[in-house]
Design a protein around this ligand. Structure first.
Ligand code: ADP
Length: 554
């Protein structure tokens, strides 16, 4: 054999050199392979070059030659794990080896052996070292692959887990889509139906009035649904709750008053107890807290049969150091109750015990998910106890920093002192229909409206205005030329301090927590979402201008 040393030079090698080289190659390979042998398929011969403990039990000498078929059969019966016998025996048949090596690719088989009660994973690696046309000379390496198999098994398990989670998410999404599709179509159907009826009966004002009321109810139902869906995505993306001064009794009272008509309609004994509040003024995220109370009490009222009881209480349990206190919000009802089975998934998104079609109750199963998210974000806990047919008790345990005494009377006196009939509002809105509706509603309330169809026009009007020309700006957010955020930021930068401090209320279809945050960052005083809710808008105007709003209701 000639050894090539580059540049065409070659050196003659004798049998001793060749043997030494062969041993070196085998030694190098044995770092990876615990057994190495060569096979002559034609002559049914196997020669061992490197032996593992297992191989040496059958053949204890290197370079020993024996019959391949005999050796394989001995090896299989001595070591191979029973479940893998078939794979092993088929894999080492001369015809299989030839057939697989013909493909000019590495050929492996994996199998397990049982050694002193321990399962080991092995890989046999076949390499053709003879002619490709007639495969006969094959080198065989055997190595342990326990770590690789363990990794593969782990990866497979992780993939299966991920798949299961994805399937569950898809199932939840499908349930949600079918629920929401049904639940949205129902009010939409009412809106279209009653609108058509109203058009047919324009001459009958009473009928039209009643149809419009139905349209309003259905629209509100639709809006509640959209708000809930948005709320859940906003909550899951919101950073942390912004804490402001708020009054727990006031929040509970607002929710109570809001749901009282519904409770009265069902003839429920509906009570509220805040006598256990030693400190009612706390620092908390007011909106989230109100939402939490509303979701729990709304469910209690909804899922309690006429004649039942709903009790709402907020109690201070423990005073902690540094002006913190632990509070328990308890909402108890004598309603239909919740099955043990469902209790386990009651806080999961889109879960509801009976679908709305069967129960006749319009719901999408997000209220409690939102409640749980709020409680989690506030660092509290929420717990539910229930028995079917007897009722349910939801308890949210929350910790707040208490505030010094809050003087509501002073604030009310200030507002009363500054009552004033008409106020001038710059109404910034690019959508013609929205503009028309908003102008009409606000002018009916006694406001003087100056419209601007985008932010740039609004900014020019404010720049040209004299201090006192405008009491308030109502600002849409998404607008061409200059959006509501840019405009508000520019107004806040104006040199005249009176003009730059005109209160701004955003009235926008952007209703996510991140939108509200952005409004705040751009100097907007309050962010309200569309569609416009007139009583809320009037209340907000009163609050931020300190001026009483004129309306037919006042
Ligand atoms: P929604 O009320 O919109 O369906 P929730 O997440 O608020 O969504 O509630 C999920 C489900 O939990 C409801 O559909 C209802 O089956 C059950 N549930 C919630 N609160 C009560 C309660 N106080 N009494 C009986 N069942 C309730």
């Amino acid at each position: 054999m000639k050894k090539n040393c580059g540049k065409g030079q070659s050196i003659e090698q004798g049998p001793a050199d060749r043997e030494q080289l062969r041993l070196k190659v085998i030694k190098a390979l044995s770092a990876d392979y615990e057994s190495i042998c060569s096979i002559d398929l034609e002559c049914d011969q196997i020669v061992f070059y490197c032996l593992s403990d297992r191989t040496s039990v059958i053949s204890d000498q290197c370079f020993q030659i024996c019959r391949f078929s005999w050796y394989i059969s001995e090896y299989a019966d001595t070591w191979v794990y029973p479940e893998d016998l078939e794979i092993f025996k088929n894999g080492v048949l001369p015809d299989s080896i030839r057939e697989n090596l013909m493909k000019d690719q590495p050929y492996y088989i994996h199998y397990r052996v049982l050694v002193n009660g321990e399962i080991q994973n092995l890989q046999l690696n076949f390499v053709n070292v003879g002619s490709q046309d007639h495969i006969s000379q094959v080198v065989l390496g055997c190595r342990r692959v326990d770590d690789e198999i363990r990794q593969q098994t782990e990866q497979k398990r992780m993939l299966e887990d991920a798949l299961e989670k994805a399937n569950l998410a898809i199932a939840a999404k499908n349930t949600f889509l079918s629920n929401i599709s049904h639940d949205m179509r129902t009010p939409l159907n009412a809106i279209f139906g009653f609108t058509s009826l109203a058009k047919l009966k324009l001459h009958d004002l009473n009928a039209v009035q009643s149809y419009l009321e139905q349209v309003e109810t259905a629209s509100r139902q639709l809006l509640d649904m959209i708000t809930e869906v948005l709320e859940i995505s906003a909550l899951s993306s919101a950073a942390g709750p912004a804490e402001v001064e708020c009054d727990l009794e006031e929040i509970v009272g607002e929710v109570y008053n809001f749901l009282l008509p519904q409770a009265q309609e069902k003839n429920l004994a509906f009570t509220m107890d805040c006598s256990g509040l030693r400190h009612s003024g706390v620092y908390a995220n007011q909106e989230n807290l109100k939402q939490l109370v509303l979701n729990l009490v709304n469910n209690a009222v909804t899922y309690t049969e006429p004649g039942g009881r709903v009790m709402l209480s907020f109690k201070e349990e423990d005073e902690l150091p540094n002006h913190y206190s632990v509070y328990n919000l308890v909402v108890e009802d004598t309603g239909i109750g919740i099955s043990e089975d469902f209790l386990e998934r009651i806080f999961d998104p889109f879960s509801r015990e009976k679908n709305s079609t069967l129960s006749g109750i319009h719901s999408i199963g997000l209220g409690l998910t939102i409640a749980k998210d709020i409680v989690d974000k506030m660092g509290g806990t929420i717990d539910v106890k229930s028995r079917v047919g007897e009722g349910s008790t939801f308890t949210a345990s929350l910790c707040f920093r208490v505030q010094p005494v809050y003087c509501q009377a002073d604030k009310e006196r200030d507002i009363a002192a500054s009552r004033q009939l008409s106020q001038r509002i710059l109404l910034v809105e690019d959508n013609e229909i929205n503009l028309e509706i908003e102008i009409e509603l606000l002018e009916n309330m006694g406001f003087i409206i100056d419209p601007a169809e985008n932010g740039k026009i609004a900014l020019e009007k404010i720049e040209r205005a004299a201090p006192g020309d405008y009491d308030l700006i109502i600002m849409d957010i998404q607008m061409p030329v200059m959006d509501g955020w840019q405009t508000s930021a520019a107004i806040r930068r104006l040199p005249d301090p009176v003009l730059s401090h005109i209160p701004i209320i955003a009235l926008s279809a952007n209703a996510l927590a991140s939108d509200i945050q952005k409004s705040k960052e751009n100097g907007i005083n309050v962010h309200l979402s569309k569609p416009m809710n007139l009583p809320v808008l009037l209340e907000t105007i009163e609050e931020i201008t300190g001026k009483h709003c004129f309306s037919d209701n006042n």
